[in-house]
Design a protein around this ligand. Structure first.
Ligand code: PLP
Length: 315
């Protein structure tokens, strides 16, 4: 189905599949790595239905603790929804394994592909997810367009979530018959122009080759890790070396070089709060608080959820 993006796709599943299949006492499992788009719709659904939201924790390097995750899964778990790649930490989750574990518990699984589609293969048959969602603008396409994949048998058991033109097979004042998916979930005139743009973006990625992209990005990571480790750690070290180095470790948002020298682990103000919220907050109050390398890295050590890359640099 075409949707506005990942957020709308998750809301569609929550409103449609969730309203039919989630009830009081049921449980929805997400992970500590989730974007707000994969938290808030489930909180809303839980508030409406009396279901419970459970959160699988991650370790100091931002990896999902699989034994803890497994302990959360039980016969009350109706849905597991998690990201394939974390927008805040870059963690690549063991999606296939987590999906398999959820299925063993009898749950359906939504995989958030917003951050994975431009970096990894999104083979929904191999992954065996029940839903897969992504946004066009994350894969070099336009904003305002994205997609929801669902297994046919799962989609067949979901009520329409919006009514209007295109989704109907027949309308009388007494009764309306709907199309099957995907049209059933695409009420109104579609976003044709952006769908064409998304098609062009996907052609571009396929021409480059997703495996080539993946390999090149890995080389960049290895290179960046090696070079960042050569940056002197304290202001006085830097002064002695006569260097004015600057490196930004992006945790999201647009690049912003105003904050001066050194390494700046960025904390996007809105999009990444749960994964980056420290267990014992010593918050960065403003971007300029981030400047000295040593200070930031010491902070990063205390600030548990900042995760693997910063942690490795801090060693
Ligand atoms: C992992 C993840 N999920 C969901 C979203 C929400 O995507 P959108 O705002 O395009 O709906 C984002 C956006 O950054 C994301 O990174």
């Amino acid at each position: 189905m075409f949707v506005r993006g990942t957020t709308e796709a998750i809301n569609l599943v929550a409103k449609s599949w969730g309203s039919k299949h989630i009830g009081e006492g049921d449980e929805i499992v997400i992970s500590h790595l989730e974007h707000h788009a994969n938290i808030v719709p489930w909180q809303m659904l839980c508030a409406e239905t009396g279901a419970k939201l459970r959160v699988a924790p991650v370790d100091d390097d931002g990896q999902v603790l699989l034994n803890e995750y497994e302990r959360l899964l039980n016969s009350r778990t109706k849905l597991v929804s998690f990201t394939q790649v974390s927008n805040a930490l870059g963690t690549v989750t063991p999606a296939r394994q987590m999906i398999e574990m959820a299925h063993r518990a009898g749950a359906r699984v939504l995989l958030d592909g917003a951050q994975s589609v431009s970096h990894l293969r999104a083979d929904v048959q191999y992954l065996d997810c029940d839903f897969f969602v992504f946004s066009g603008h994350k894969v070099f396409g336009p904003t305002g367009i994205g997609a929801l994949y669902g297994k046919p048998e799962v989609l067949a058991d979901m009520p329409a979530w919006q009514g209007g033109g295109n989704m109907i097979a027949d309308v009388t004042f007494e009764k309306t018959r709907y199309h099957e998916a995907p049209a059933k979930f695409e009420a109104g005139t579609g976003n044709i122009a952006d769908a064409v743009g998304l098609g062009a973006a996907i052609d571009y990625v396929q021409k480059l080759g997703i495996d080539n992209i993946n390999r090149y990005e890995h080389e960049l990571l290895v290179y960046a890790m090696r070079e960042l480790k050569t940056i002197p750690r304290s202001a006085s070290d830097r002064h002695r070396a006569g260097q004015d180095q600057r490196a930004v470790i992006r945790a999201g948002g647009l690049p912003d070089h105003r904050s001066g020298r050194g390494i700046e682990p960025r904390r996007h103000r809105r999009a990444h709060r749960p994964p980056l919220r420290p267990a014992h907050p010593a918050p960065l109050r403003s971007r300029s608080d981030c400047a000295p390398v040593t200070g930031v890295l010491q902070h990063a050590r205390r600030d548990r959820p900042l995760g693997g890359v910063v942690r490795q640099l801090a060693r």
